[in-house]
Every structure is written in structure tokens, then in C-alpha cells.
Design a binder for this molecule. Structure first.
Ligand code: S0N
Length: 274
């Protein structure tokens, strides 16, 4: 799938592409020969790119995708799966994709999965944890864990059930069926289905519409959606954003300035809202 947009490389990696265009970051798994299965290195690179996208104040939305048009991601690379996790060059077994899942959920910018072809296993979970999913008509979705001796009982089970409902989530995991893009749309697993040749343009258009919106409103909404599900960690995220907003107020600035000026703060002028 060739791109019609003038993406510029942010940083060179071995197993992913990390690019930007017009305030949009794109993180793309670049292992099409393996249907974009991830190794510990792929995940480590994605994680670093996600953090760089978070820290860059010119970037407002992140696209997660896979190269080649035939697969978004087919999950953990089974050829490097060892005892206790996926084994990288340092020979240490890891399940670092779980850290990446949490990063996608907590980065205070919308993350959009742009799905062409297979989104399977741990690759399926990656699109599930994204804020939005836009699918090409060739997309196919499913879990394989019980077929290949694994399972994701974290977001892969509980958050999937929040998205499609308990019955459907159990069906997806217990039967390991594959679902086409229209079926995914019907069960609320994706937001939109478009022809493959319109996937990138549609995703960019959604990103551009999101970028027109208030960044703090989007940030508050993302953490609010998470707070309901993520317990104390979710409340911490939402509360951190409340603190950010409070810091911006004259009332909070009075407290800081009084300390620096070695005087008693005067909060009397600030309203005690009902
Ligand atoms: C996607 C499938 C259905 C596509 O079938 P198709 O079109 O027939 O293509 P293939 O010929 O099968 O594939 C093309 C080439 O790509 C290789 N390949 C594909 N997927 C993988 C993969 N996951 N790992 C390694 N290689 C892969 C093929 O081997 C083939 O290469 P060649 O031509 O050289 O043979 C089909 O490919 C398929 O079913 N793939 C496997 C899907 C799968 O089972 N994925 C792993 C599922 N598990 C996870 O993702 C674990 C997630 C995880 O990290 C985790 C997280 C939390 C808790 C636990 C875990 C955990 O470890 O379980």
C-alpha cells in the first residue's frame, strides 16, 4: 500500500517506521514478511516512538498501523517465543507488549488504529486498546491464543468485553474465529470501514478533524473514558489533568507566587463556586 501523503521520518528504526505529517504521527510495524508480527525489539521501538510522539507538542494524534496492506499486526512473533515470553537479542524473555498497551491507553492524545488485512492475536489487542479503529474492507480480526497456547487476560479480555460485550468477547476467545470488516463494524469493534485504497485518506481526514478540536478537551475526555475502567490508575490520570488545569488558573498561580515572594497568599478574591 503506497502512501499519497508526504510523510517525513521522525526517527529511523529497524522494525518500525516513525513518521509525521501535519501534526499527525504515524507508527507503522515494518515486518510485512511476517504479517507484521512483533518481536521484543519491534515493541521497544514502538514504545520509544510513542513516548517521542507524546513529548512532541506539535503532534496531536497518533496513527498505529502496519506496512504492506496485508496485515495490521499478527501478534507476537512465534519464532522468537521462548519459555516465559518473547526472546530478544539479549536472550531475555519479555511480554513488553503489555507495557505498550498501557502506553496507548494513557498517552493524552488520541491513537487511531489504521487496519488493513490481519489484526490477529496480540495484534488484535493492539487495535482494541486504540481510541478509534478504521478498517479497510480487507481487514480480518480475531484472537488465536487458545489455538497457539497463549491468552491475554488483561485488556485483551476485559477491555474487549467492554467494547463488544461479554458474550461476543467470550465467543471471540473461545472459538478463535476470524471476523471480516463488516462483522467487526456490526459488533462495534471498529468505527468505520472503507475500501483499502481510501484507508489512509480517510484516517488522515479523521485525524485532521480531531486536530481542529480543543487539545485539553480531548485530553480530559480520554482520561475520563479511562477513569471509569482503570481504577486508581485511571483516577490518577484524570486527576493529573485536573492539576494541569488548576496550574493554569490565577488561583493556583497566587499560591506559587506567594511562596516565591515569601508572603501570605491572598486567596480572598477567588470565588467559592456553588
Ligand atoms: C494471520 C494468519 C491467519 C494469516 O494467514 P495466511 O494469510 O495464510 O499467512 P501465513 O502464510 O500464515 O503468514 C505469512 C508469513 O507470516 C508468518 N507469520 C504470520 N504470523 C506470524 C506470527 N505471529 N509469528 C511469526 N510468523 C508469523 C508466517 O509464518 C508466514 O511466513 P512463512 O511464509 O515464512 O512461513 C496466520 O499467519 C496466523 O494465524 N498467524 C499466527 C497468529 C498468531 O497466532 N499470533 C500470535 C498470538 N499470540 C500473541 O500475539 C501473543 C500476544 C502476547 O504477546 C501476549 C500478551 C499478553 C499475555 C499473553 C501473551 C502471550 O504471549 O500469549
Amino acid at each position: 500500500m503506497t502512501s499519497n501523503f508526504p510523510w517525513k521520518t521522525i526517527k529511523e528504526y529497524e522494525e518500525i517506521l516513525f513518521q509525521q505529517y501535519n501534526g499527525i504521527a504515524k507508527i507503522s510495524i515494518n515486518r510485512p514478511h511476517k504479517h507484521n508480527a512483533f518481536t521484543p525489539k519491534t515493541v521497544q521501538e514502538m514504545s520509544e516512538a510513542m513516548e517521542l510522539a507524546r513529548q512532541d507538542t506539535t503532534l496531536g494524534v497518533i496513527i498505529l498501523t502496519g506496512e504492506g496492506g496485508k496485515a495490521f499486526c499478527s501478534g507476537g512473533d512465534q519464532s522468537v517465543r521462548g519459555d516465559g515470553g518473547y526472546v530478544g537479542q539479549d536472550l531475555v524473555p519479555r511480554l513488553n507488549v503489555l507495557d505498550l498497551q498501557r502506553q496507548i491507553r494513557t498517552i493524552p492524545k488520541p491513537v487511531i488504529a489504521m487496519v488493513a488485512g490481519w489484526a490477529i492475536g496480540g495484534g488484535h489487542v493492539l487495535h482494541v486498546v486504540c481510541d478509534l479503529s478504521i478498517a479497510a474492507d480487507n481487514a480480518r480480526f480475531g484472537q488465536t491464543g487458545p489455538n497457539v497456547g497463549s491468552f491475554d487476560g488483561g485488556f485483551g479480555a476485559s477491555y474487549l468485553a467492554r467494547v463488544v460485550g461479554q458474550k461476543k468477547a467470550r465467543e471471540i476467545w473461545y472459538l478463535c474465529d476470524q471476523y471480516d470488516a463488516q462483522e467487526a463494524l456490526q459488533m462495534g469493534l471498529v468505527n468505520k470501514v472503507v475500501p483499502l485504497d481510501q484507508l489512509e485518506a480517510t484516517t488522515i481526514s479523521w485525524c485532521e478533524r480531531i486536530l481542529e478540536k480543543s487539545p485539553i478537551a480531548l485530553r480530559m475526555l480520554k482520561s475520563s473514558f479511562n477513569a471509569e475502567l482503570d481504577g486508581q490508575a485511571g483516577i490518577q490520570e484524570l486527576a493529573g489533568n485536573a492539576t494541569l488545569l488548576y496550574y493554569l488558573s490565577d488561583e493556583a498561580k497566587e499560591g506559587k507566587n506567594a511562596f516565591l515572594e515569601k508572603r501570605k497568599p491572598d486567596f480572598s478574591k477567588f470565588p467559592k463556586f456553588p
